[in-house]
Ligand binder design. Sequence first.
Ligand code: RET
Length: 242
Amino acid sequence: MTQLWLWIGFIGMCIGSVIFAAKSAASRRKEGMEFHLVSFFITLLAATLYLSMALGETRTMINGEDVFWGRYIDWLVTTPLLLLELGQVAGLRPKLLAGVMGADIFMILTGMIADFEAPPVAYLWYIISCGAFIAILWSLLTEFTASARRRNGHINRLFIKLRNILMGLWIGYPIVWILGAEGINVLNIGVETLLYAVLDVSAKVGFGLVLSTAADSVLSQASRGVEETAHSYMASEGNYDR
Ligand code: RET
């Protein structure tokens, strides 16, 4: 079963890549095309890592447990890119966005160490990773949301929809992790692989489709004016010093 879900994950990501490649080609030289292109690279990388896991190259038996470390290579690159897309829609100021992307990289790296470790030390790393995750969720609800509120109504609505999808799906990961073979082991590896495949395809292809099917005018506005939004946001907080 595990094998089957890895192949299904691979096919899902391939389908996403074809769709986003076509969208990118159709919108080339238009403002906002970067959204389609980033979604394309996200699904392309995930397809590659799913293929390598299915072929047995990025998984290793450690302490009698099959560790699928290919996932972390995928997430290490693609989760910051997903936050980049959301931050771009929110018009978040670049320095803050870079900080959140850094926290995300830290979350994935510490999560990977937790997977390679045996309990109880594994739980220490799990908790450290969750700390970074909570900080990310917090920033989505505060800074991202405040910044998006200063953009026009269409962009703000798109942001809220994407933010809710992203948060709803991402919260599933630490839950699957702790219930699965890495944690308390109540899910068998087949079910765990299925759940990750569903989460991954939804968080990358589903999220990307919602973004890609937004009106061209909204995407081009979202792509423009990040600087202006950042400035008005900083000024309104009373700490923008010109
Ligand atoms: C881990 C385990 C350690 C604790 C936490 C985790 C969170 C992982 C997340 C992954 C998101 C992946 C996505 C992939 C897209 O396809 C590493 C499972 C908090 C949030 C969105």
